[in-house]
Write a protein that binds this ligand. Structure first.
Ligand SMILES: Nc1ncnc2c1ncn2[C@@H]1O[C@H](COP(=O)(O)OP(=O)(O)OP(=O)(O)O)[C@@H](O)[C@H]1O
Ligand SMILES: [Mg+2]
Length: 330
């Protein structure tokens, strides 16, 4: 396996106390695969993405790249691994240094990792600009002299300049006009086809992720509650939270139900996480056991796992009920 995130936790120490943003998360990524990571704002998606590329430190657990745990390597030993993982951020302007031209920005990672001669680097950058669809003359511009779409293309070029194996795309199109979003998504897909890197694609938009990811990981309050292959998402998603997200996709929702009230219920505080299942206060299927213990992982089929007491022994006891309560016209 290219990447294995193994029981990873990320906590922030703030004035109010310790906040758990990522809690005991395990997830893998195969070469060339796209895994979508969805969940509502504040559930810990960016924290997980940043911890795995070592932009922030994790507190517990391991991040194994080709079997080597990089979660606790010091800066010097980490350097060769850094080359293999890059990140594309949501806001392309703040992700680029305002005082550096596009060419300088693209050249820095190559210099840091001592890749090629000056002439090689120049050639490589020209080829990269062409690949991401940026005209050569834009290379001498500063970020604020580019349009939003051009900036995100520059950002993608920066992430790809050192040929990573893994790219964490953190809401890469949500700051762009709707008309540009599809273009940039297509660009990311094309580049993956050409270069074969794996994507962890972070989004709050389950519909978008459902199109482009091979597997979808659903996160709720710091935990991954379900991992489901794309072809099973619409019909077989099992966790009540996943079903709720699917229901709230506008074109699919056909009626207002009691689940909409559940959707509106307040999120528990990440400073003071409830005992048992974290989703239970919003869950239309909550049972007494849900308040007592954290649900263990159940394997429903190959590649499809869920953390939910409804599926206690691997048998989807309430699958029919969940099904009928959810999508009606899928
Ligand atoms: N540097 C930080 N210091 C303290 N708390 C933080 C920090 N960064 C994030 N958090 C908190 O950690 C939790 C997870 O945040 P994170 O940014 O990972 O969520 P997210 O799922 O990416 O949200 P969004 O969809 O809004 O980007 C939130 O409660 C957030 O307030
Ligand atoms: Mg985020």
């Amino acid at each position: 396996m290219l990447l294995e995130i193994d029981h990873l936790s990320v906590r922030y120490r703030t004035r109010r106390g310790t906040l758990t943003a990522v809690d005991d998360v395990s997830l893998s990524l195969a070469r060339g695969e796209t895994v979508g990571l969805v969940g509502e704002s504040g559930c810990g998606k960016s924290s997980l993405g940043r911890a795995l590329v070592r932009l922030i430190d994790s507190d517990d657990g391991a991040v194994r790249l080709d079997g080597v745990d990089i979660a606790r390597l010091d800066a010097r030993r980490l350097l060769p691994w850094r080359r293999r993982m890059q990140m594309v951020f949501q806001d392309p302007l703040s992700a680029l240094d305002p005082r550096k031209t596009v060419r300088k920005t693209l050249s820095l990672p190559l210099e840091l990792h001592r890749i090629g001669t000056r002439a090689d680097r120049r050639q490589r950058i020209d080829a990269l600009l062409e690949q991401v669809g940026l005209a050569a003359h834009l290379a001498d511009r500063l970020p604020h002299e580019l349009s939003g779409g051009q900036r995100q293309r520059a950002n993608i070029a920066r992430a790809l300049s050192i040929d990573p194996d893994i790219v964490v795309c953190d809401e890469p199109v949500s700051a762009l006009d709707v008309s540009l979003q599809a273009q940039v998504l297509n660009l990311l897909a094309d580049l993956q086809g050409q270069r074969g890197m794996a994507y962890l694609f972070i989004s709050h938009d389950l519909a978008a992720v459902g199109h482009l990811a091979d597997r979808i990981a659903v996160m709720y309050l710091g935990q991954i509650v379900e991992i489901v292959p794309r072809d099973k998402l619409w019909r077989d998603a099992a966790h009540p939270y996943t079903r709720l997200l699917l229901e709230s996709i506008p074109s699919r929702s056909v009626r207002l139900s009691s689940q909409s009230d559940a959707a509106a219920a307040e999120l528990p505080s990440p400073y003071d996480l409830p005992q048992g299942c974290r989703f239970r206060q919003r869950c239309p299927h909550a049972m007494p056991v849900c308040a007592q213990s954290d649900p263990a992982q159940s394997v429903l089929s190959a590649g499809h796992t869920v953390h939910c007491h409804l599926y206690g022994n691997g048998a989807p006891v309430l699958a029919a009920g969940v099904e009928s309560a959810a999508i009606v016209n899928a």
